[in-house]
Structure formats: C-alpha cells, structure tokens
Design a protein around this ligand. Structure first.
Ligand code: THU
Length: 148
C-alpha cells in the first residue's frame, strides 16, 4: 500500500469510534509520524454543539500528548454521513475544515515540513492528495510569535 492508502485505511478504522450523534457525520483521521508510527482520532461531538472536536484536531492532540508534534509528516482524513448502523457512507472526499488546517499548520511549521494531506470519502477509492501549504497558504504560525 502507498502512504496515502495506508493512512486512509487507518482513518477509516478510526471513524468507527466517532462520537457524532448530532450531525451523524463520522470523520476519522490518521497522522503519520517520521518514524512510521500512526496516531489516529475521530470526531467527538458534544450536546453543547459548539464544543465538538474534529477528528484531525483529536489526532493532533494525541500526537502532542506524546511529545511528537514536530514529527508529523502526513495525515489521512475520511468521513461521511452515518447509515442506520452508524457506519460512515459516501464517496466524496472530506477535506480538513479551516480550524483543523490551522491546527495542522502548528505541527507543520514546528517540524519544518509541508504536510501531505490525503483525503477520501468513507467508501470511495479515490484519494485526493494535497500539500497543507496549498490548503492554507501564507499561514500564520509559531514563527510569527518567535517560536521555532
Ligand atoms: N468534522 C471533522 O471531524 N473534521 C473536518 O475536517 C470537518 C468536520 C466533524 C465535525 C462534526 O463533528 C462533523 O464533522 C460535522 O461537521
């Protein structure tokens, strides 16, 4: 499997644990670290809707908790509306929301890497691959605050 296929498969596995009873839109994310480790996450919604966390943000928070924020190389993201059994459906690629792009940028700039962002639908075979710098051009980041 390619890097993209591996990360999309891991993101699909993670989406099974989405807590998304309000939107019924399950998202999974899988972050690749420089040593090959994969750290995944799924969205965590809240009865107070605005407190909900995206899958990408959950995965990056797990990476940070392991002290590995500087080691992020790539991320795979999948998502789709849940069927009556709770399984994510559809083949439209899910691209990280604006807030998640900014969260990813923190890891990218600290690590000195332009991240690969692989996106797919919950069921579809087609994987779109983007550079984070294309999804979030001219990003504000740690360097703007003198942090490296
Ligand atoms: N969501 C993500 O987890 N990642 C994204 O990039 C887009 C949106 C989640 C948030 C919410 O739980 C659900 O998808 C519907 O917006």
């Amino acid at each position: 499997m390619t890097e993209a296929e591996t990360l999309i498969a891991a993101a699909r596995a993670a989406a099974v644990h989405a807590h998304a009873p309000y939107s019924r839109f399950a998202v999974g994310a899988a972050v690749l670290l420089s040593d090959g480790e994969i750290v995944s996450g799924a969205n965590v919604e809240n009865a107070s809707y605005g407190l909900s966390l995206c899958a990408e943000t959950v995965a990056i928070a797990k990476v940070s908790a392991r002290g590995r924020l500087r080691d992020v190389v790539a991320i795979g993201v999948i998502g789709g509306l849940m069927d009556t059994h709770g399984a994510a459906t559809g083949d439209t690629p899910v691209r990280p929301c604006g807030r998640c792009r900014q969260v990813l940028n923190e890891a990218a700039q600290l690590g000195g890497r332009d991240l690969e962002v692989h996106c797919a639908g919950a069921e579809g075979d087609r994987i779109e691959s983007h550079r984070l710098s294309a999804l979030l051009p001219d990003a504000f980041g740690p360097a703007d605050l003198g942090v490296r």
